[in-house]
Design a protein. Structure first.
Length: 175
């Protein structure tokens, strides 16, 4: 089950974002770079600002006991993290910005539920394209997105402190 995150749940969301980011990237990024990322990109103030953004929505994924096990964030318009509409001829684009599931709950369908929901939202709101960024070495996630019909169209550098990685940008035509 998915429920929209309320602004007063910013601290809960921040804790979940820090935990899932640590679980996903902790083995690959220096501890001081991770801490820098948590302090700046995932600060409580930044999370609150994100939740107040009118061209962005964030949802918690809940298990059968209504425990929060993941989250999904998507953006459109000026809230998108890349200027894909002008740079890549993707008019009317919808970004799946973050989709994370706690390691303890991966493989149980929560990611698929969140991603399907995001794509349904994009289609029902009339967007022509859906896109996202995925770390070049996250083969599991890439395979997941390819199964949904996404294709690579570009890449960008993703900086975490002194750590610089490459994210592949994937997209799918919705109409």
């Amino acid at each position: 089950m998915l429920v929209k995150v309320k602004e007063e749940q910013a601290e809960v969301l921040r804790e979940l974002e820090v935990q899932t980011y640590q679980e996903t990237f902790g083995p690959y990024i220096k501890a001081e770079d991770m801490q820098d990322y948590f302090t700046h990109e995932l600060s409580l103030e930044q999370i609150q600002k994100d939740l107040a953004q009118v061209e962005s929505e964030t949802y918690f994924a809940l298990d059968e006991k209504e425990k929060i096990v993941g989250f999904l964030k998507f953006n459109w318009g000026q809230a998108q993290t890349e200027p894909v509409e002008s740079e890549h001829s993707m008019e009317n684009a919808f970004e799946v910005h973050r989709i994370y599931v706690l390691k303890s709950h991966q493989g149980q369908g929560f990611g698929k539920e969140m991603f399907s929901f995001a794509l349904d939202q994009a289609k029902s709101r009339g967007f022509e394209w859906a896109w996202l960024g995925v770390w070049e070495r996250n083969f599991k996630a890439q395979d997941f997105y390819y199964r949904f019909g996404f294709e690579r169209f570009s890449e960008h550098q993703y900086v975490t402190g002194d750590t610089v990685d490459t994210d592949w940008l994937l997209r799918k035509k919705l109409t």
